[in-house]
Design a protein around this ligand. Sequence first.
Ligand SMILES: Nc1ncnc2c1ncn2[C@@H]1O[C@H](COP(=O)(O)OP(=O)(O)O)[C@@H](O)[C@H]1O
Ligand SMILES: Cc1ncc(COP(=O)(O)O)c(C=O)c1O
Ligand SMILES: [Mg+2]
Length: 283
Amino acid sequence: MTSILSIQSWVAYGHVGNASAIFPLQRLGAEVWGIHTVQFSNHTGYGAWRGQVFGADLIQDCVTGIEERGVLPRCDAVLSGYMGSAEIGTAILDAARRVKAANPEALWCCDPVIGDVGRGVFVRPGIPEFLRDEALPEADIITPNQFELEWLTGREVTTLEDAKVAVAALQARGPRCVLVTSLRLADTPEGEIGMLAGEGGHFWRLSTPMLPLSVNGAGDAIAALFLFHRLRTGSAEAALVVAASSVFGLLRRTAEAGSREILTVAAQDEFVTPSRVFAARAC
Ligand SMILES: Nc1ncnc2c1ncn2[C@@H]1O[C@H](COP(=O)(O)OP(=O)(O)O)[C@@H](O)[C@H]1O
Ligand SMILES: Cc1ncc(COP(=O)(O)O)c(C=O)c1O
Ligand SMILES: [Mg+2]
């Protein structure tokens, strides 16, 4: 049984953060220990939302309570995402350290939620710097989108070579495994969207058709699925294939339904058996 401690946002309505990650992981048979960094009515992509950012002490307290149950040695991975405040970052870092102290094999998969190409930086000041300077050196897996890859490395990424150099620059600072999402490179065909995974000096690339939709939460789902399949198979390439294929199926169904929220529940079969499987190419 895979057990994952997932520390991310929660929304009452819709699917981002833990509300995008937890159910697919459970559907695949994982136990998820969910700690929420915020509880909002809906994701911030709507421009308006209500709710609260939780204090770092609440997150730390919940980790301590889990630790007191004596189960941290059974934790296979920490998954972190949208933070809400830089102080919460410190609590996440502490959680990752405590899990690794209890289980040296455990992995920390950090989704460095900072922003994206259309919206720019959409998190509070201090969070991007925390991710770059404090989280990166201790994370095992990191899942930036192209905008976040550029921000974290300070490098512009326009060609495949740029992307590989940027991924290697991240790896030199900590994480052994990197998944870059939403890649649009100079050679990306019109109408396609790419991903690049790197581990152990190897790189794999995968692309899918670009669907006519703009949603939130796909990045959170792909980080969760990539972590799960990387744990299961030990292979970044295999994890890329399944995670990308599942998210494509999820988004295809979402586009067909014309939904503003990803169809995490209605399209759940895509997590188990993606309707179309995309191949990855070594590059
Ligand atoms: N319009 C789209 N068409 C096809 N796939 C998409 C689309 N938007 C997102 N995806 C898929 O979801 C993945 C993660 O979404 P992305 O937007 O990069 O995450 P984030 O929200 O973290 O920026 C992308 O790599 C891509 O595979
Ligand atoms: C509360 C919250 N969590 C997480 C996210 C990240 O979503 P995505 O997977 O699109 O990066 C967002 C983005 O709007 C958000 O508002
Ligand atoms: Mg993201």
